[in-house]
Design a protein around this ligand. Structure first.
Ligand code: 2AM
Ligand code: CA
Length: 261
């Protein structure tokens, strides 16, 4: 199988897995149970997160038993194929628990290149809007089959910039200082509460940039590829990312606290 047709098959599976997880979220919307807290008293997990991860993992394990797994709710398998799946079964958990319809399932497949894990395909499914964002390396990004392109060029003063905040209070104090510096220089700030969706919304042009500096790999693994394939520049920022069209990315990262690293 050529690399291109292998990627097409992986992308179909990523989308199917994200839809599986999304069905679990839809079924439990408004009646999440089993809520517990992880890193802090503001970092929740519910039965919906766990059911979504189980559904995703069940399909991936059946179709690709040799691949590795890394999931937010504990899925972990080393695998022996050189590929691994990185899963956020419910990104935007706080929104979900409040009944705010802005959360998603994120599924990425990465390949070990001898030096690190590189994205092959990514799918992010927003069940409330029935929007499926997807991308395969080198093949562009799509939403429900429609090709995506980021807004570019955008001047900082005209930029709608999304960001998000960590669960730990000390991190938030630092992040608030960055927002205070940025807010006078841009059109406005948004904080949607789902890193995966924020990256997809940069890809589809619903915001011009997104940055967040404390994330886990499953928050951004799929969304970063989708934004990149839609023409964004995506660079590491702490454990998170900065994503924007090329002109805005250069302007925002040049000498500001949103520094490309
Ligand atoms: P979650 O909804 O799966 O918990 C909100 O700012 C976004 O960042 C969400 O995507 C949230 O994921 C994630 N997030 C918030 N704090 C984080 C942290 N300390 N580490 C990793 N991800 C975090
Ligand atoms: Ca997450």
């Amino acid at each position: 199988m050529s690399r291109t047709s292998e990627r097409e098959a992986l992308l179909r599976l990523a989308v199917a897995a994200a839809h599986r997880g999304g069905a679990e979220l839809t079924r439990r919307a408004g009646k999440a149970t089993g809520v517990a807290f992880k890193s802090t008293a503001t970092d929740p997990v519910s039965d919906a997160d766990r059911a979504s991860e189980s559904a995703v993992v069940e399909l991936l394990t059946r179709e690709r038993p040799g691949d590795g797994l890394l999931g937010e709710e504990g899925a972990e398998r080393a695998g022996d194929s050189g590929l691994r799946w990185v899963i956020d079964p419910l990104d935007g958990t706080v929104n979900y628990l409040y009944g705010i319809q802005h959360s998603a399932v994120s599924v990425a497949c990465e390949r070990w290149d001898g030096d690190g894990w590189r994205p092959e395909v990514g799918a992010v499914y927003d069940p409330a809007r029935d929007e499926t964002f997807s991308a395969a390396l080198g093949a562009g990004a799509h939403m429900n089959g429609r090709p995506l392109a980021v807004n570019d060029p955008v001047a900082p003063a005209a930029a709608l910039v999304a960001t998000g905040f960590a669960y730990a209070a000390a991190s938030r104090a630092r992040q608030a200082a960055v927002v205070a510096e940025l807010l006078p220089r841009v059109r406005d700030i948004r904080s949607g509460g789902s890193a995966a969706l924020e990256l997809c919304w940069v890809a589809v042009g619903r915001c011009d940039a997104y940055y967040e500096d404390e994330l886990s790999r499953w928050d951004w693994a799929a969304g970063a590829l989708i934004a990149t394939e839609a023409g964004a520049v995506v660079t590491p920022l702490g454990s998170g990312v900065t994503a924007a069209g090329p002109a805005l990315h250069a302007a925002l990262t040049g000498g500001s606290p949103i520094t490309a690293r």
